[in-house]
Design a protein around this ligand. Structure first.
Ligand SMILES: *Cc1c(COP(=O)(O)O)cnc(C)c1O
Length: 399
């Protein structure tokens, strides 16, 4: 039974890889009274968040904000640019990539999948080969997930862009950066991404409910001729209203207050520092996992996610029992294994509002849980993480 009065003492550790812990500053900002979304004060808020998002995507292009979860922004990217029967090339790097494929199929697109073992990133060479083989230019878009949140593997977007360019193919490049934005270095313009899909409840530290499309010039041009039905998600009306800081329908005003605060916090810390902090915490987490004698889901040395770590169970079972014990005894939520990794793996989220001691507490909860659940492991993982954290000075920008 769901009980609102269930308050264990101390703070719940929400260490799933999104939604992430919401900082007090953002909670306070969200608590402001609602204002008239057509009044002058709202226009200022709207203009501030619309402008403030661009540096986080590293783009000069407009960023559209939807009152929806990330899934809505997936749909928006496709319906604004494509027509019924268009072919899309999608790389299946994990559960989220698979869900985006399913959504594309349901919209009436023809999905060509590049399969994967869920332990590696997108193979750019394969993308290039598929495009070269497409002599009739039937593929209209290449879709990929930057940080595959179900596995903890990051794909190299610049490499995929280069493969597309080498093939001379005109397909659009669409990237899901839902769990990377605000946590992992991301460059919409420099990497030549046409549409970036993002969400607010992961690296941006907001509660669930906002999602984004960064829309490059080629995607905007495609929107003029795209024929999939769209209304709520239509960029054109949205961009017209956004010009003055307003929205064509009632915006999620409270979350926009929160977004304003989140953008301020990221600017205060500085994005290079934010990214370095995430990389450092991921390295400390991997030191713990290695000491425990467990295996990460990611098998690519260059692909380890700075935002989360997927951990395989010995014998690939018992992850859900482990998570249950950790929740009951230590009031910490860990990410479950998704799709084909159900019960085989668990995921440690280390993104968003996070510091060295949050990480040490998180890893201590995992280590105590491994012992309590009788999972074969070596102790000392937390110590290994602390040693790494102590050895490396606090996150410094290295860009
Ligand atoms: C969380 C997530 C999604 C799904 O977003 P919702 O907000 O749950 O709709 C999609 N892709 C990735 C990579 C994610 O991390």
């Amino acid at each position: 039974m769901f009980r609102l009065d269930h308050h264990p003492s101390g703070r719940h550790f929400l260490q799933i890889p999104g939604p992430t812990n919401v900082p007090e500053r953002i909670l306070r900002a969200i608590g402001r009274p609602t204002i008239d979304h057509r009044g002058p004060e709202f226009g200022e808020l709207g203009r501030a968040v619309l402008a403030g998002l661009r540096p986080v995507f590293r783009t000069e292009a407009p960023v559209v904000i939807y009152p929806s979860s990330g899934t809505g922004a997936w749909e928006a990217a496709l319906v604004n640019t494509l027509s019924p029967g268009d072919r899309v090339l999608m790389a299946e790097t994990g559960h989220f990539a698979a869900l985006w494929c399913r959504l594309a199929g349901r919209l009436g697109l023809e999905v060509e999948q590049i399969g994967g073992d869920w332990r590696h990133g997108v193979d750019a060479a394969q993308v290039g080969e598929r495009l070269q083989a497409d002599a009739q230019r039937r593929i209209k878009a290449v879709c990929m997930v930057h940080n595959e949140t179900s596995t903890g593997v990051v794909s190299d977007i610049a490499a995929v862009r280069a493969a597309i360019d080498r093939s001379g193919h005109p397909a659009l490049l669409m990237v899901d950066a839902i769990s990377s934005l605000g946590a992992i270095d991301y460059r919409h313009d420099e990497w030549g991404v046409d549409v970036t899909v993002a969400g607010a409840q992961k690296g941006l530290m907001l509660p669930p409910g906002l999602s984004f499309n960064a829309v490059g010039p080629r995607a905007l041009a495609a929107a003029e001729t795209a024929r999939l039905p769209r209304s709520y998600w239509d960029w054109r009306e949205m961009l017209a209203s956004n010009r003055n800081g307003y929205f064509p329908y009632t915006p999620a005003t409270s979350l926009l207050y929160g977004l304003h605060e989140a953008l301020e916090m990221l600017a205060e810390e500085g994005l290079p520092r934010v990214y370095a902090r995430h990389r450092r915490h991921a390295a400390a987490t991997r030191a713990a996992v290695q000491t425990w004698g467990l295996e990460t889901v990611c098998q690519e040395p260059q692909g380890h996610s700075p935002a989360l770590t997927g951990v395989l169970m010995p014998d690939r079972r018992g992850a859900d029992a482990l998570r249950k014990i950790i929740l009951e005894r230590y009031d910490m939520s860990l990410g479950q294994g998704l799709g084909r990794l159900a019960d085989q793996a668990f995921r440690i989220g280390h993104l968003g509002d996070f510091n060295d001691l949050t990480l040490c507490g998180t890893l201590a909860g995992v280590e105590m849980g491994l012992a309590a659940a009788g999972v074969p492991h070596r102790p000392g993982g937390v110590q290994a993480a602390m040693t790494l954290l102590a050895g490396e000075a606090a996150a410094t920008a290295d860009e």
